[in-house]
Design a protein around this ligand. Structure first.
Ligand SMILES: C[S@@+](CC[C@H](N)C(=O)[O-])C[C@H]1O[C@@H](n2cnc3c(N)ncnc32)[C@H](O)[C@@H]1O
Length: 255
Protein backbone atom coordinates (compact mmCIF):
# COMPACT_ATOMS: atom_id res chain seq x y z
CA UNK A 1 0.00 0.00 0.00
CA UNK A 2 1.26 3.51 -0.80
CA UNK A 3 2.52 5.44 2.18
CA UNK A 4 0.35 8.49 2.92
CA UNK A 5 3.43 10.66 2.19
CA UNK A 6 3.84 9.32 -1.34
CA UNK A 7 1.42 11.00 -3.68
CA UNK A 8 -0.15 8.64 -6.20
CA UNK A 9 0.75 9.43 -9.78
CA UNK A 10 -2.78 9.71 -11.16
CA UNK A 11 -1.66 12.53 -13.48
CA UNK A 12 0.58 10.02 -15.21
CA UNK A 13 -2.16 7.61 -16.17
CA UNK A 14 -1.54 6.45 -19.71
CA UNK A 15 -4.53 5.76 -21.89
CA UNK A 16 -2.92 3.14 -24.10
CA UNK A 17 -5.89 2.93 -26.41
CA UNK A 18 -8.93 4.97 -27.33
CA UNK A 19 -12.07 4.58 -29.38
CA UNK A 20 -14.34 7.14 -31.04
CA UNK A 21 -17.26 5.79 -29.05
CA UNK A 22 -15.56 5.77 -25.65
CA UNK A 23 -15.77 8.82 -23.36
CA UNK A 24 -12.39 10.52 -23.02
CA UNK A 25 -11.53 11.70 -19.50
CA UNK A 26 -12.82 15.24 -19.16
CA UNK A 27 -13.43 17.89 -16.46
CA UNK A 28 -15.99 15.66 -14.74
CA UNK A 29 -13.60 12.66 -14.67
CA UNK A 30 -10.82 14.91 -13.31
CA UNK A 31 -13.12 16.37 -10.65
CA UNK A 32 -14.08 12.85 -9.51
CA UNK A 33 -10.43 11.80 -9.22
CA UNK A 34 -9.66 15.07 -7.40
CA UNK A 35 -12.41 14.18 -4.92
CA UNK A 36 -10.78 10.77 -4.35
CA UNK A 37 -7.41 12.46 -3.87
CA UNK A 38 -8.94 14.96 -1.45
CA UNK A 39 -10.34 12.03 0.55
CA UNK A 40 -7.20 9.92 0.18
CA UNK A 41 -6.28 9.65 3.85
CA UNK A 42 -9.78 8.42 4.69
CA UNK A 43 -9.70 5.99 1.74
CA UNK A 44 -6.40 4.52 2.92
CA UNK A 45 -7.77 4.09 6.45
CA UNK A 46 -11.00 2.62 5.07
CA UNK A 47 -9.21 -0.54 3.80
CA UNK A 48 -11.78 -1.36 1.12
CA UNK A 49 -11.96 -4.98 0.00
CA UNK A 50 -14.26 -4.31 -2.99
CA UNK A 51 -14.14 -1.22 -5.18
CA UNK A 52 -16.53 -0.76 -8.07
CA UNK A 53 -17.05 1.72 -10.88
CA UNK A 54 -20.31 1.91 -12.77
CA UNK A 55 -19.81 3.39 -16.25
CA UNK A 56 -16.02 3.04 -16.44
CA UNK A 57 -15.51 4.57 -19.93
CA UNK A 58 -11.73 4.70 -20.53
CA UNK A 59 -10.89 3.30 -17.08
CA UNK A 60 -9.24 6.56 -16.00
CA UNK A 61 -11.19 6.84 -12.72
CA UNK A 62 -10.97 3.25 -11.47
CA UNK A 63 -7.29 3.05 -12.40
CA UNK A 64 -6.70 6.30 -10.49
CA UNK A 65 -8.52 4.82 -7.49
CA UNK A 66 -6.28 1.75 -7.66
CA UNK A 67 -3.17 3.97 -7.76
CA UNK A 68 -4.47 5.98 -4.80
CA UNK A 69 -5.03 2.80 -2.79
CA UNK A 70 -1.72 1.31 -3.93
CA UNK A 71 -1.74 -1.29 -6.66
CA UNK A 72 0.53 -3.93 -5.18
CA UNK A 73 -0.38 -6.51 -2.63
CA UNK A 74 -3.24 -4.80 -0.85
CA UNK A 75 -5.81 -7.43 -1.79
CA UNK A 76 -8.41 -5.02 -3.11
CA UNK A 77 -10.88 -6.42 -5.65
CA UNK A 78 -11.82 -4.09 -8.48
CA UNK A 79 -14.98 -4.47 -10.54
CA UNK A 80 -16.11 -2.12 -13.29
CA UNK A 81 -19.11 -2.13 -15.60
CA UNK A 82 -20.11 -0.23 -18.69
CA UNK A 83 -23.00 -0.59 -21.09
CA UNK A 84 -20.62 0.14 -23.99
CA UNK A 85 -18.51 -2.87 -25.06
CA UNK A 86 -15.76 -0.60 -26.46
CA UNK A 87 -15.46 1.07 -23.05
CA UNK A 88 -14.97 -2.30 -21.36
CA UNK A 89 -12.15 -3.09 -23.80
CA UNK A 90 -10.42 0.30 -23.37
CA UNK A 91 -10.73 0.05 -19.57
CA UNK A 92 -9.16 -3.41 -19.69
CA UNK A 93 -6.18 -2.01 -21.58
CA UNK A 94 -5.81 1.01 -19.27
CA UNK A 95 -5.88 -1.12 -16.14
CA UNK A 96 -3.55 -3.74 -17.55
CA UNK A 97 -1.03 -1.04 -18.51
CA UNK A 98 -0.94 0.02 -14.85
CA UNK A 99 -0.75 -3.48 -13.40
CA UNK A 100 -4.25 -3.45 -11.94
CA UNK A 101 -6.37 -6.59 -12.07
CA UNK A 102 -10.08 -6.05 -12.39
CA UNK A 103 -13.23 -7.83 -13.34
CA UNK A 104 -14.76 -5.89 -16.22
CA UNK A 105 -18.32 -6.52 -17.24
CA UNK A 106 -20.44 -5.17 -20.05
CA UNK A 107 -23.84 -4.68 -18.50
CA UNK A 108 -26.56 -2.15 -17.78
CA UNK A 109 -25.47 -0.57 -14.45
CA UNK A 110 -24.89 -3.79 -12.44
CA UNK A 111 -27.48 -6.02 -13.98
CA UNK A 112 -26.76 -9.67 -13.16
CA UNK A 113 -24.36 -8.74 -10.34
CA UNK A 114 -26.79 -7.68 -7.61
CA UNK A 115 -27.03 -11.07 -5.95
CA UNK A 116 -23.30 -11.78 -5.98
CA UNK A 117 -22.22 -8.30 -4.86
CA UNK A 118 -25.07 -7.36 -2.49
CA UNK A 119 -23.63 -5.66 0.59
CA UNK A 120 -20.02 -6.15 -0.51
CA UNK A 121 -18.91 -2.93 -2.20
CA UNK A 122 -16.85 -0.70 0.11
CA UNK A 123 -16.11 2.06 -2.41
CA UNK A 124 -18.22 2.87 -5.46
CA UNK A 125 -17.31 5.59 -7.96
CA UNK A 126 -19.70 6.89 -10.59
CA UNK A 127 -19.51 9.57 -13.26
CA UNK A 128 -22.93 8.92 -14.76
CA UNK A 129 -24.59 10.23 -17.90
CA UNK A 130 -26.01 13.36 -16.23
CA UNK A 131 -26.84 15.80 -19.05
CA UNK A 132 -30.55 16.62 -19.35
CA UNK A 133 -31.70 15.22 -22.72
CA UNK A 134 -34.83 13.82 -24.32
CA UNK A 135 -35.64 10.49 -22.69
CA UNK A 136 -35.24 8.53 -25.93
CA UNK A 137 -31.49 9.36 -26.05
CA UNK A 138 -30.82 7.54 -22.78
CA UNK A 139 -29.00 4.26 -23.31
CA UNK A 140 -28.69 4.78 -27.07
CA UNK A 141 -25.80 3.10 -28.84
CA UNK A 142 -22.33 4.61 -28.86
CA UNK A 143 -20.99 7.78 -27.31
CA UNK A 144 -24.42 9.39 -26.75
CA UNK A 145 -25.04 7.03 -23.84
CA UNK A 146 -22.03 8.64 -22.12
CA UNK A 147 -23.88 11.84 -21.41
CA UNK A 148 -27.58 11.36 -22.19
CA UNK A 149 -29.31 11.52 -18.81
CA UNK A 150 -32.97 12.03 -19.71
CA UNK A 151 -35.28 14.31 -17.75
CA UNK A 152 -33.22 16.58 -15.45
CA UNK A 153 -30.31 14.24 -16.26
CA UNK A 154 -31.68 11.89 -13.60
CA UNK A 155 -32.85 8.78 -15.49
CA UNK A 156 -29.65 6.78 -15.11
CA UNK A 157 -28.58 8.48 -11.86
CA UNK A 158 -31.76 7.44 -10.04
CA UNK A 159 -31.40 3.83 -11.21
CA UNK A 160 -27.76 3.78 -10.10
CA UNK A 161 -28.69 5.08 -6.63
CA UNK A 162 -31.14 2.20 -6.16
CA UNK A 163 -28.47 -0.33 -7.15
CA UNK A 164 -25.85 1.38 -4.97
CA UNK A 165 -28.09 0.93 -1.92
CA UNK A 166 -28.13 -2.82 -2.62
CA UNK A 167 -24.44 -3.24 -3.38
CA UNK A 168 -22.81 -0.99 -0.78
CA UNK A 169 -21.49 -2.68 2.32
CA UNK A 170 -22.30 -1.43 5.81
CA UNK A 171 -19.20 0.76 5.61
CA UNK A 172 -19.68 1.48 1.89
CA UNK A 173 -18.94 4.89 0.38
CA UNK A 174 -20.31 6.21 -2.90
CA UNK A 175 -18.64 9.08 -4.77
CA UNK A 176 -20.82 10.44 -7.56
CA UNK A 177 -20.57 13.27 -10.08
CA UNK A 178 -23.67 15.44 -10.37
CA UNK A 179 -24.61 18.65 -12.06
CA UNK A 180 -26.58 21.53 -10.52
CA UNK A 181 -29.26 20.74 -13.13
CA UNK A 182 -29.68 17.26 -11.57
CA UNK A 183 -31.05 18.89 -8.38
CA UNK A 184 -28.37 17.47 -6.08
CA UNK A 185 -30.12 18.57 -2.90
CA UNK A 186 -33.11 16.44 -3.89
CA UNK A 187 -30.75 13.52 -4.58
CA UNK A 188 -29.25 13.92 -1.11
CA UNK A 189 -32.73 14.16 0.40
CA UNK A 190 -33.79 10.94 -1.33
CA UNK A 191 -30.61 9.20 -0.16
CA UNK A 192 -31.16 10.49 3.37
CA UNK A 193 -34.55 8.76 3.39
CA UNK A 194 -32.63 5.54 2.70
CA UNK A 195 -30.28 6.27 5.63
CA UNK A 196 -27.34 7.95 3.91
CA UNK A 197 -25.49 11.07 4.96
CA UNK A 198 -23.75 13.06 2.26
CA UNK A 199 -21.21 15.76 1.71
CA UNK A 200 -19.82 17.68 -1.22
CA UNK A 201 -16.16 16.75 -1.63
CA UNK A 202 -15.44 18.85 -4.72
CA UNK A 203 -17.40 21.67 -6.31
CA UNK A 204 -16.20 22.99 -9.65
CA UNK A 205 -17.58 25.32 -12.27
CA UNK A 206 -16.33 25.04 -15.82
CA UNK A 207 -17.37 27.18 -18.80
CA UNK A 208 -20.07 24.64 -19.57
CA UNK A 209 -21.27 23.19 -16.30
CA UNK A 210 -21.34 23.38 -12.54
CA UNK A 211 -20.14 20.06 -11.14
CA UNK A 212 -20.49 18.63 -7.64
CA UNK A 213 -18.81 15.46 -6.45
CA UNK A 214 -20.91 14.08 -3.61
CA UNK A 215 -19.87 11.39 -1.16
CA UNK A 216 -22.60 9.24 0.44
CA UNK A 217 -22.24 6.89 3.37
CA UNK A 218 -24.64 5.08 5.64
CA UNK A 219 -25.41 7.17 8.71
CA UNK A 220 -26.45 5.01 11.61
CA UNK A 221 -28.10 7.98 13.33
CA UNK A 222 -30.50 8.73 10.48
CA UNK A 223 -34.03 7.60 11.07
CA UNK A 224 -35.47 5.39 8.35
CA UNK A 225 -39.26 5.15 8.49
CA UNK A 226 -39.23 6.82 11.91
CA UNK A 227 -36.76 4.33 13.40
CA UNK A 228 -33.17 5.13 14.30
CA UNK A 229 -30.73 2.56 12.95
CA UNK A 230 -28.05 3.37 15.50
CA UNK A 231 -28.77 1.38 18.70
CA UNK A 232 -25.65 -0.19 20.18
CA UNK A 233 -23.56 0.45 17.08
CA UNK A 234 -24.51 4.14 17.08
CA UNK A 235 -23.38 4.67 20.65
CA UNK A 236 -20.18 2.75 19.86
CA UNK A 237 -19.48 4.87 16.82
CA UNK A 238 -19.89 8.12 18.70
CA UNK A 239 -16.97 7.08 20.93
CA UNK A 240 -14.56 6.49 18.05
CA UNK A 241 -13.43 9.64 16.22
CA UNK A 242 -12.89 8.07 12.76
CA UNK A 243 -16.14 6.18 12.86
CA UNK A 244 -18.11 9.08 14.24
CA UNK A 245 -17.00 10.93 11.09
CA UNK A 246 -18.66 8.09 9.20
CA UNK A 247 -21.75 8.36 11.34
CA UNK A 248 -22.34 11.81 9.88
CA UNK A 249 -21.29 14.07 12.71
CA UNK A 250 -19.01 15.91 10.31
CA UNK A 251 -21.29 18.66 9.04
CA UNK A 252 -18.66 20.33 6.83
CA UNK A 253 -19.91 20.76 3.24
CA UNK A 254 -23.06 18.82 4.00
CA UNK A 255 -25.14 18.35 0.90
C1 LIG B 1 -19.67 10.45 -18.38
S1 LIG B 1 -19.04 8.89 -18.95
C2 LIG B 1 -17.83 8.59 -17.69
C3 LIG B 1 -16.71 7.67 -18.13
C4 LIG B 1 -15.58 7.52 -17.11
N1 LIG B 1 -16.06 6.94 -15.87
C5 LIG B 1 -14.94 8.85 -16.81
O1 LIG B 1 -15.25 9.43 -15.75
O2 LIG B 1 -14.15 9.34 -17.63
C6 LIG B 1 -20.39 7.78 -18.50
C7 LIG B 1 -20.12 6.32 -18.78
O3 LIG B 1 -21.24 5.56 -18.34
C8 LIG B 1 -21.55 4.56 -19.30
N2 LIG B 1 -22.98 4.25 -19.17
C9 LIG B 1 -24.05 4.95 -19.60
N3 LIG B 1 -25.20 4.34 -19.26
C10 LIG B 1 -24.84 3.20 -18.59
C11 LIG B 1 -25.57 2.14 -18.01
N4 LIG B 1 -26.91 2.12 -18.02
N5 LIG B 1 -24.88 1.14 -17.42
C12 LIG B 1 -23.52 1.14 -17.41
N6 LIG B 1 -22.78 2.11 -17.96
C13 LIG B 1 -23.42 3.14 -18.54
C14 LIG B 1 -21.19 5.20 -20.64
O4 LIG B 1 -20.99 4.23 -21.65
C15 LIG B 1 -19.91 5.97 -20.26
O5 LIG B 1 -18.77 5.17 -20.42
Amino acid sequence: MASPKQLPKTAQIRLVSSHDEVYEPCDDSFALVDALLADRTNLLEHHPAFCMEIGCGSGYVITSLALILGVEGNGVNYIATDINPHAVKVTHETMEAHGVNAELIMTDIASGLEKRLAGLVDVMVVNPPYVPTPEDEVGSEGITSSWAGGENGRSVIDRILLVADTLLSEKGWLYMVTLQANNPSEICHEMRKKGYASKIVVQRSTEEESLLIIKFWRDLDIEINGQSTSGFMGSLLSQIPMLSYLSGNNSENKC
